[in-house]
Design a binder for this molecule. Structure first.
Ligand SMILES: N[C@@H](CCC(=O)N[C@@H](CS)C(=O)NCC(=O)O)C(=O)O
Length: 308
């Protein structure tokens, strides 16, 4: 079985979601550290333009978005499951809420001046400005919460999570589900916001649950250079399925199409349509450095168009 390679950086919340799933499933993985702002030439050699963090690589198969990455990990390592049978639909729905609504509340809450000062203490003024400029363009389509709303909403959403947890160990019962990992990475970011993290102390059930989630750890990882990851892609063949098993809005296999996220970070990827299923779109593309790779996206949250 080809090794799992995660392209990520330490303070990315969505990367923390996947690292914690690695811990939960006790997975061994390779760690490629990527820049937190554009340009990311070694990452986009693999993805063809997608720039969000994290990305999972398995040989010449490149998986974008943590919703899809979680599905891929579940298929390879079914136990323990991220989708307990009786609550799967609810878990996926709660995860989707957390990955957008909770995330885009936690970010402006944690990046208020006292939080940003703490998190970016090691950056030079020029690096801080580069980060602000990068993220302003990146999240241009997301409504921006001002500080008073971020403070109010963060507390209100934590109250709801506290209520959902009650006396349970995890959000949907006594075993974890994808909903826990999606809520966890947002709260993890708040927990790293220096003085602003003290808000969490008002929520004892959230605090106890946070400690249980954190205890999963990150599995075992070994560092890998980004150039070595590109070599692995070039020397591998895509193994994920090809063909069409689902409605594809009139596009045919092999046709050149463009796929992009519909929410933010909408840099498109152009390639030949390689596979379409009910939950996934895959494009094959040739890269000067990475060779022939197949880039996979979830269908929810992405759109496919003719390239102009
Ligand atoms: N829907 C995406 C969201 C990923 C996301 O927003 N990641 C943030 C980092 S936590 C990001 O890409 N920030 C800009 C960057 O890393 O370049 C997913 O589930 O993977």
């Amino acid at each position: 079985m080809s090794e799992l390679i995660l392209h990520h950086y330490p303070n990315s919340p969505f990367a923390e979601k996947i690292r914690t799933i690695f811990g939960f499933k006790r997975i061994a993985w390779k760690s490629v550290l990527i820049p937190s702002v554009m340009p990311k030439p070694d990452l986009t050699a693999l993805t063809g333009g997608y720039r969000k963090t994290p990305v999972l690589q398995i040989g010449a198969d490149i998986f974008c978005d943590t919703a899809l990455i979680a599905d891929v990990l579940e298929a390879r390592y079914p136990e323990p499951s991220l989708y307990p049978k009786d609550v799967e639909a609810l878990a996926r729905t709660l995860a989707q809420w957390a990955d957008f609504t909770l995330f885009w509340t936690a970010i402006p809450y944690a990046l208020q001046p006292q939080g940003a000062q703490h998190m970016f203490a090691s950056l030079s003024p020029a690096e801080r400005q580069a980060f602000v400029d990068d993220r302003t363009a990146f999240r241009a389509l997301v409504p921006r919460l001002r500080a008073p709303e971020a403070q109010h909403n963060m507390r209100a959403l934590l109250e709801r999570i506290e209520g959902i947890l009650g006396a349970q160990s995890f959000l949907l019962g006594e075993v974890p589900s994808i909903a826990d990992f999606s809520c966890y990475h947002c709260i993890w970011f708040v927990a790293h916001a220096g003085p602003l993290a003290s808000l969490l102390a008002s929520f004892p059930a959230v605090t106890a649950w946070y400690a249980r989630m954190r205890a999963f750890g990150h599995g075992t990882s070994e560092a890998l250079a980004s150039s070595a990851a590109i070599d692995i892609a070039r020397n591998s063949q895509a193994i994920e399925p090809s063909g069409i098993s689902s409605d594809v809005h009139g596009f045919s296999l092999g046709e050149t199409v463009k796929v992009a996220a519909t929410d933010y970070g909408t840099e498109p990827v152009t390639g030949e349509l390689y596979f379409v299923g009910p939950t996934r779109i895959s494009l094959a593309r040739n890269d000067a450095r990475a060779g022939r790779v197949v880039v996979h996206f979830p269908r929810l949250g992405f759109e496919m168009r003719q390239p102009k």
